[in-house]
Design a protein around this ligand. Structure first.
Ligand code: UDP
Length: 140
């Protein structure tokens, strides 16, 4: 299987609780490697643009407010089958439904404040990576 990249956000609920290292330990234990990373405080425009696909959903405004409520850590992760591997490690969107041993089961606070974002497909991953990183910022 070829190496693949995915895009990750460690969300404000995790930076607020100072558990970004704990989240990272799940990522690395799954065999994924951080090949780019930075800490940012998203602007409203950045958060709205990133989640534009959800703009008609009832939770959109609250989600944007949450995503700008504190710093985030954006990352590019690399590994075999990285998109699917990370989705598995993240667990279901709602932590109440997330499998044992996943980031969201163990660490998330709620369906909204669910600690991490991960791309849902390789095409989305490429778009999301390009939204935050220049090619030269990614060191594989
Ligand atoms: N979200 C929310 N309420 C919902 C569904 C989703 O606040 O009812 C938030 C949550 O933070 C989630 C994000 O919107 O991670 C994007 O939703 P999506 O369905 O894409 O879930 P994900 O791919 O993150 O599991």
């Amino acid at each position: 299987m070829a190496l693949e990249r995915t895009f990750s956000i460690i969300k404000p609920d995790a930076t607020r609780r100072n558990i970004t290292g704990k989240v990272l330990s799940y990522i690395e234990a799954a065999g994924l490697r951080v090949v780019a990373q930075k800490r940012l405080h998203l602007t409203k425009e950045q958060a709205e643009g990133f989640y534009a696909v959800h703009k008609e959903r009832p939770f959109f405004n609250d989600l944007v407010a949450f995503m700008i409520s504190g710093p985030v850590v954006v990352q590019v992760l690399e590994g075999e089958n990285a998109v699917a591997t990370y989705r598995e490690v993240m667990g279901a969107t709602n932590p109440a439904n997330a499998a044992e041993g996943t980031i969201r089961k163990d660490l998330a606070e709620s369906i909204e404040a669910n600690s991490v974002h991960g791309s849902d497909a390789p095409e989305t991953a490429a778009q999301e990576i390009a939204y935050f990183f220049k090619d030269e910022e990614i060191v594989g």
